[in-house]
Design a protein around this ligand. Structure first.
Ligand SMILES: NC(=O)C1=CN([C@@H]2O[C@H](COP(=O)(O)OP(=O)(O)OC[C@H]3O[C@@H](n4cnc5c(N)ncnc54)[C@H](OP(=O)(O)O)[C@@H]3O)[C@@H](O)[C@H]2O)[C@@H](O)CC1
Ligand SMILES: Nc1ncnc2c1ncn2[C@@H]1O[C@H](COP(=O)(O)OP(=O)(O)OP(=O)(O)O)[C@@H](O)[C@H]1O
Length: 598
């Protein structure tokens, strides 16, 4: 915004708002400023000070712009004053008459006499063309930020009229003339063209003044209009550029996807046809963007919940342990033991058969002690962490990376390597919490991987967005920003958590606004990511017709967000303000039944 204001100021040199002008007059009217101006031949340092004080009030103006504005105000004031003296009507034509009157009436008599003599002289010899030209030149100077007579003595501020006034031993006319010789021939009565004289000879001063003020206002209006058009054109150009960048990123994502999407994983009963097939040689066309908003209880919600249901494997006596899901959690360090536990136990409660936690050595006994149901591997900070964990990858159906991982360099490096190896096996990967920190640092670790799902909260989302787009997030339109980020990440599925959970793969969008509660205890996100690990495995293992062609990641994400919110609602109903994530986990069973099995 500040840069924008600067740009505007640079181009709108002579367009001052009333507020700005009043601030300037307050400063300019201060005793020390007036004294400095009265007593000094050179005034540039005084206007530097004025500009600085103006800046402190939030108005960005150059000393030159301040000086020229004051000069123009003084001219208007004296013209109005003189007009007033004659017939009283000009007073209202100088908007800041009263302020100017207050300030200038305090100035020394000598100064006022000098000024008055200039103004009065101007009345007699006023040349409309010369005056307008000068104003336009000032406007131009403001715009360029330059002024050819910036260092001129203070008394030479008023020679808009052709009468030379001797001040401080210098002729203001000759000074002005020298700076304007190229564009504005000296406007003495002798050198002015006769045509002009004839034209205005019979015009009364009142008329001339009116005409001049009209023209000034017209010029100002024109300038505003042109400036607005220019800014609009610029906005449009920037928007087009931005959309081109997005298209480029999308193409890169598709190309990347073409390179990195592995052949179907042998162990995960994958559904290759569910993975959007991309052909990098096909020219990019912006996909139609379909938004579907769902909230539980509405008819439309019912059209996605059945898709989730269809992906849920039936409970039969024909299956053996592990077939309904073996989920791996990468996370858990000295500080954070709760997060990986919440994720892992949620996966089990949703219906996975086995839940593994790969954590640091010191976190393992703590996590183990929370629950005997979890399988805990104290390997994440070991010397062969990646190899140790890779041994398990063929047995895992999905991976949740990040809950309680921490941000230690070595742990992030191991997590990155594990993601790379899981990708080679086509394992669905959910990235949450500190895993998203890693992605913000190195987006390529997951970019374009069609079985990757990111689950950022708003903070994590902002970090990711800014890392990808190199510009601040526009927080007014979450859906649009989520779509942009998903596209930039190569159509990765993104779950932006919040008041409503926004789920998008850049082409389609679902929003889950199932009623939860006002309780925001830590760990709810871990419940979501752990359960999503299971839903993702189920969705990717289902036949394509189960999801009716919809991206399995979207269906899985919708299932997990609905469930998390339903748990929150139910737990809150029982525990109100005391609700914790453990209470929510207790509700998984009945919330699941209510949503997907009733
Ligand atoms: N029991 C456990 O073991 C748990 C462990 N956990 C683990 O902790 C690790 C760090 O995760 P993290 O989320 O605290 O870290 P990070 O992203 O730096 O956020 C820090 C700051 O961001 C802000 N903020 C947060 N959300 C926001 C929002 N929606 N909208 C806006 N702002 C938001 C907020 O700033 P504040 O409001 O305090 O100024 C907050 O302080 C990670 O491994 C995770 O898994 C958790 O899972 C909880 C249970
Ligand atoms: N403002 C909200 N209104 C209603 N529900 C919300 C709101 N914010 C979050 N939630 C619910 O909580 C879930 C987790 O979101 P949250 O922002 O707490 O994640 P998180 O910060 O990653 O969690 P964690 O505490 O595990 O780090 C969301 O999926 C959503 O269901």
């Amino acid at each position: 915004l500040r840069n924008c204001m600067k740009r505007l100021n640079a181009t709108r040199g002579f367009l001052w708002s009333d507020m700005e002008t009043r601030a300037l007059l307050n400063i300019w009217g201060e005793h020390d400023v007036q004294t400095a101006l009265d007593g000094n031949f050179r005034n540039s340092h005084v206007y530097r000070d004025v500009a600085n004080r103006l800046c402190e009030l939030g108005f960005d103006r150059t000393p030159d712009q301040c000086r020229i504005r004051v000069k123009s105000l003084k001219r208007q004031y004296f013209q109005a004053k003189e007009g007033s003296r004659k017939n009283g009507q000009y007073h209202k034509m100088c908007k800041f008459y009263d302020e100017m009157e207050r300030i200038l009436s305090n100035r020394s008599l000598l100064e006022r006499q000098d000024i008055d003599s200039v103004a009065v002289g101007g009345d007699e010899t006023m040349d409309e063309d010369a005056e307008s030209t000068e104003l336009l030149q000032e406007a131009h100077m403001d715009g360029s930020g330059e002024c050819s007579f910036m260092e001129h003595p203070v008394k030479t501020e008023y020679p808009s009229c052709p009468i030379p006034v001797t001040v401080g031993g210098m002729s203001s006319f000759s000074t002005k003339q020298s700076s304007l010789t190229k564009t504005n021939p000296p406007a003495t009565s002798s050198s002015r063209p006769r045509r002009s004289k004839k034209r205005f000879a019979n015009m009364s001063l009142d008329k001339l003044m009116e005409k001049f003020l009209e023209q000034s206002m017209e010029a100002e209006d024109n300038f505003y209009r042109l400036e607005e058009q220019r800014l609009q054109a610029e906005d449009k150009r920037r928007e087009e550029e931005h959309s081109r960048e997005l298209q480029m990123l999308q193409m890169l994502g598709q190309i990347f996807n073409g390179i990195s999407t592995p052949s179907p994983a042998p162990q995960a009963t994958p559904q290759p046809s569910c993975i959007p097939q991309t052909n990098p040689t096909v020219p990019f066309t912006r996909p139609p963007f379909i938004e579907r908003s769902f909230s539980l209880g509405t008819a439309r919600m019912d059209s996605v919940i059945p898709l989730v249901r269809k992906t849920i494997p039936p409970l039969t006596s024909k299956k053996h342990k592990g077939q309904d899901g073996r989920i791996g959690i990468i996370g858990g360090c000295q500080e954070y033991t709760g997060a990986p536990f919440f994720a892992a136990i949620s996966a089990l409660k949703v219906g996975a058969d086995l839940s593994h936690v790969f954590c640091t050595k010191d976190a393992a006994p703590v996590i183990k002690s929370y629950s005997p149901e979890l399988i805990v591997h104290p390997v994440l900070d070991g010397p062969n962490a990646v190899e140790e964990i890779e041994k398990w990858l063929p047995r895992l159906h999905s991976l949740v990376v990040g809950p309680g991982l921490g941000r230690e360099e070595m742990l992030l490096k191991n997590a990155k390597e594990i993601i790379e190896r899981a990708k080679l096996r086509g394992i669905p990967i959910i990235i949450d919490a500190d895993g998203l920190w890693l992605v913000a640092k190195e987006p390529s670790v997951i970019q374009g991987y069609q079985r990757g799902i990111l689950t950022p909260n708003f903070m994590e989302f902002t970090r990711l967005y800014e890392a990808m787009h190199h510009e601040p997030l526009d927080s007014t339109d979450h859906k649009r920003s989520a779509q942009q980020l998903s596209i930039a990440m190569g159509h990765l599925t993104l779950v932006l958590k919040g008041e409503e959970d926004i789920i998008t793969d850049g082409k389609n969008m679902l929003t889950c606004s199932q009623e939860g509660s006002g309780r925001r205890c830590g760990g709810q996100g871990d419940l979501l990511s752990g359960s999503l690990g299971v839903f993702a495995h189920w969705a990717f293992s289902s036949p394509p017709d189960a999801t009716k062609g919809m991206n399995p990641s979207l269906v899985a994400a919708f299932g997990a967000t609905s469930l998390t919110r339903q748990c929150n609602r139910q737990a809150f109903h029982k525990h109100s303000r005391s609700t914790t994530t453990s209470d929510m986990i207790q509700e998984i069973s009945s919330a699941f039944k209510k949503l997907f099995e009733s």
